[in-house]
Write a protein that binds this ligand. Structure first.
Ligand SMILES: [Zn+2]
Length: 284
């Protein structure tokens, strides 16, 4: 009898455990169009300046922004396309975007992405995942609905994720495996596309400058780390214009190699000089 109860208990426990088994690996991340959304789902197919976008979101996040999510997607795509156009580039892609509620489905989203506070992530060539509440307040839990801040941040996160797709597209068969350079490019690109709207960029630059004055800074996944990683792109732009950045990406797509290596060659400077130039970008 005892054994029977134990087996029954095991059986009963086993099923919920299976049902809630968490997804450990990025490979189990479902496509944006396949992730289950709680409650009422909204879906739109939009034609943007970067190509067609399929966009889904849960109705539960509707009240968090004052712009409609589809307006934000169209606006972000046109800001990205404009910066590309101004520099003689064009990217057309199919984009699959989902805006999730903060209660992320544990079987469909890797545990690593659930436990950190990233407001969005991108899987090339065109899958974008956004977490509505994290866009507004990170993990602080403090949020004000329908604020302009929320709208600005939504556009910023969308532009950043589109920028990852742009880099992937421009590099073609010669992808750069450096996470630091990918985040640096997306951070730099967003700042250019948004014409340095006041806010997160200015704050993280100031903090980064304080860090740089104290000691050497290394890349991490904070806003300061991302800003630091964007330094090399700013340095190239200061001396060769934004076009110089795209020229390097085009060279990388033909010859391989990383951005910093190409930049040092293009600017004929040493690594030590580059660090000094990065400091000038953020501290003067
Ligand atoms: Zn990123």
């Amino acid at each position: 009898m005892g054994g029977y109860i134990l087996v029954r208990l095991l059986f009963i426990v086993f099923i919920p455990l299976l049902a809630f088994a968490q997804c450990e690996d990025v490979k189990c991340l479902k496509a944006p169009s396949e992730i289950k959304l709680d409650g009422h789902e909204r879906r739109e197919s939009i034609l943007t300046d970067l190509g067609p976008v399929t966009f889904r979101w849960s109705r539960s996040v509707d009240g968090l922004f004052s712009k409609t999510p589809q307006y934000a997607v169209r606006e972000a795509a046109s800001l990205v396309a404009r910066l590309l156009r101004d520099n003689g580039e064009r990217v057309q892609n199919d984009w699959d975007i989902v805006m999730l509620d903060e209660k992320l489905p544990p079987r469909e989203v890797p545990i690593k992405l659930i436990s950190n506070c990233h407001p969005g992530w991108m899987v090339p060539p065109g899958k974008i995942y956004l977490v509505a509440q994290r866009i507004i307040s990170g993990c602080s839990g403090v949020r004000e609905a329908r604020t302009k801040i929320g709208d600005t941040l939504l556009t910023e996160v969308l532009v950043h994720e589109f920028a990852h797709g742009v880099e992937f597209h421009l590099l073609g068969n010669r992808q750069n495996p450096s996470v630091e350079e990918a985040e640096g490019f997306a951070t730099w690109f967003s700042e250019m596309a948004l014409k340095k709207r006041e806010g997160t960029f200015a704050v993280s630059k100031k903090l980064l400058c304080q860090e740089l004055e104290k000691s050497a800074v290394s890349f991490d996944s904070t806003a300061i780390g991302y800003t630091f990683a964007s330094g090399v792109y700013h340095v190239v732009r200061r001396s060769k214009g934004a076009r110089g950045v795209f020229e390097i990406l085009n060279n990388m797509s033909k010859q391989g190699g990383n951005f910093t290596g190409h930049a040092l060659k293009k600017l004929s400077i040493t690594e030590a000089k580059l660090i000094k130039e990065i400091q000038k970008v953020f501290c003067s």
